[in-house]
Design a protein around this ligand. Structure first.
Ligand code: UD1
Length: 430
């Protein structure tokens, strides 16, 4: 299995184009199942996760074509006819977002058999809210031997669904099913992540009637049929935020291009508080640090527009070199501090108690072999490696390949020394 070696110490200077958002792309791909016409997705990230979901869509009968368009990578998904409504364990186990095909399959065909996603290294991650939403919309759901058997013989019906906790995935799943339901669906306490707005924009381009996406109340008026559309995937705020933190940590100046206004606000506020300079021009954001020491800051992860849990590990890496003690509280997922002991191998001083980590800044980090534990945790180790003295080798980089497109190339174009070492290490399922 591949590893990544980072020679630390060089500042990052240059421009980095931000790719399309993984988390959005995966839900947009599932939306393609809702119509017999082609859905053309522009600004698609090319990642292990999107390739993987493409394979599942093909298994269900869709044609998936990846191509290089004039404006960048595109994927055309044409689900003219669905030949199967079965998503097997093998395919859902490897990538949780595969579970999102359940709603569209029920909405389009009236039945589905989809594996439960199973556990995950960052906590229990249940799907009860997904299933309750589909039941509220009139689907009959049975759980049997790890599979969800769902039927809605006479179609789905609009409903009022109040989420007890904010869930990005459940909000999206309910939207994906409700667009073809009979009547009006109101989602209360809906997630407000930009990816929700992106999904609503795409569904509306396909002929759906979704209002209020980006607010806590989303109203969907069901339609009987959706059509094909062309839609550009929103920029990846987590990828962008990761490079922003990397620039603050390694020093230098990085300009992120291809963004949209408002995607990095919560992170930018914390970076400024820590002593980095952030120049936000909407589509372009520059991050720099002129060599002055960073300052410790406190942060708590929250649903959007709060500080994203997917940037928590990266920010923790940054705080390992800040003056003072920073307190980082994780409120979205339990067990999301797996990167802390790995950062400690580089010399970081971190203590974790429940959902709270205390990071006492040290003078320097020193390169060491470390283990990637999950997607965002693994990139925090790369960032730390950029600022560490000597060489850091990150094992199990398949985690990185799931969610970061051309990571080495993008960093090396800014003066970093990041090499991929082919093979070695032991294979292990995610
Ligand atoms: C999505 C993102 C992930 C991000 C997360 C939070 C994708 C592919 N992944 O994950 O990168 O970290 O949003 O921004 O888009 N919960 C339940 N029952 C459910 C569903 C969720 O209790 O049925 C809980 C979870 O355990 C968690 C909280 O709700 O504590 C939020 O999770 P959720 O927003 O659903 O995260 P995902 O959609 O899985």
């Amino acid at each position: 299995m591949d590893r990544i070696a980072i020679t630390g110490g060089a500042p990052l200077v240059g421009a980095i184009p931000v790719s399309g958002a993984k988390n959005s792309a995966l839900k947009l791909m599932a939306a393609a199942l809702l119509t017999d016409q082609p859905l053309r997705l522009k600004n698609m990230p090319r990642l292990a996760d999107t390739r993987f979901l493409g394979k599942l869509l093909e298994r269900l009968g869709a044609r998936v074509v990846e191509m290089e368009g004039r404006g960048g990578p595109e994927t055309i998904i044409h689900a003219a006819e669905l030949t199967s409504s079965f998503a097997p364990y093998d395919l859902v186990r490897q990538m949780r977002a595969s579970f999102n095909v359940l709603g569209p399959l029920i909405a389009r065909t009236g039945h589905a058999k989809v594996s439960l996603p199973g556990g995950c290294t960052i906590g229990a991650r249940p799907v009860d809210l997904h299933l309750r939403s589909l039941e509220a919309l009139g689907a009959h759901i049975d759980l049997h031997e790890g599979y969800v058997y769902a039927t809605a013989a006479r179609g789905l019906k609009g409903a009022r669904i109040a989420f007890p906790v904010v869930s990005v995935g459940a909000t999206e799943h309910a939207m994906l099913a409700a667009v073809l339901a009979d009547g009006e669906t109101v989602l209360e306490n809906a997630a407000r992540e930009p990816e929700i707005g992106d999904l609503a924009d795409c569904l509306n381009a396909m002929g759906a009637k979704v209002e209020g996406a980006g607010t806590p109340t989303v109203t969907i008026t069901g339609v009987s049929k959706l059509k094909g559309a062309t839609h550009a995937v929103i920029p990846d705020r987590i990828e962008a935020g990761t490079f922003a933190v990397a620039a603050a940590m390694a020093g230098g100046e990085v300009t992120l291009t291809g963004l949209r206004p408002g995607l990095l606000d919560a992170l930018a506020a914390k970076l400024r508080e820590a002593g980095a300079t952030v120049r936000d021009e909407g589509d372009t954001v520059s991050i720099s640090r002129n060599g002055a020491r960073l300052q410790a800051v406190e942060l708590t992860t929250e649903p959007f527009p709060g500080f994203a849990t997917d940037l928590q590990a990266q920010f923790m890496a940054l705080m390992t070199l800040a003056d003072g003690e920073s307190v980082i509280r994780e409120t979205i997922f339990e067990n999301r501090f797996l990167h802390a002991p790995e950062l400690a191998r580089l010399g970081a001083d971190i203590s974790v108690s429940g959902g709270e980590a205390r990071v006492r800044g040290v003078g320097a980090l020193h390169g060491a072999p470390v283990m990637a534990t999950d997607l965002r945790a693994s990139v925090s180790l790369v960032i730390a490696g950029l600022a560490a003295q000597g060489e850091t080798v990150v094992n199990r980089v398949y985690h990185l390949d799931r969610g970061f497109e051309r990571l080495e190339e993008k960093l090396n174009n800014c003066g970093a020394t990041v090499r991929r070492l082919r093979g070695g290490g032991s294979a292990e399922a995610d």
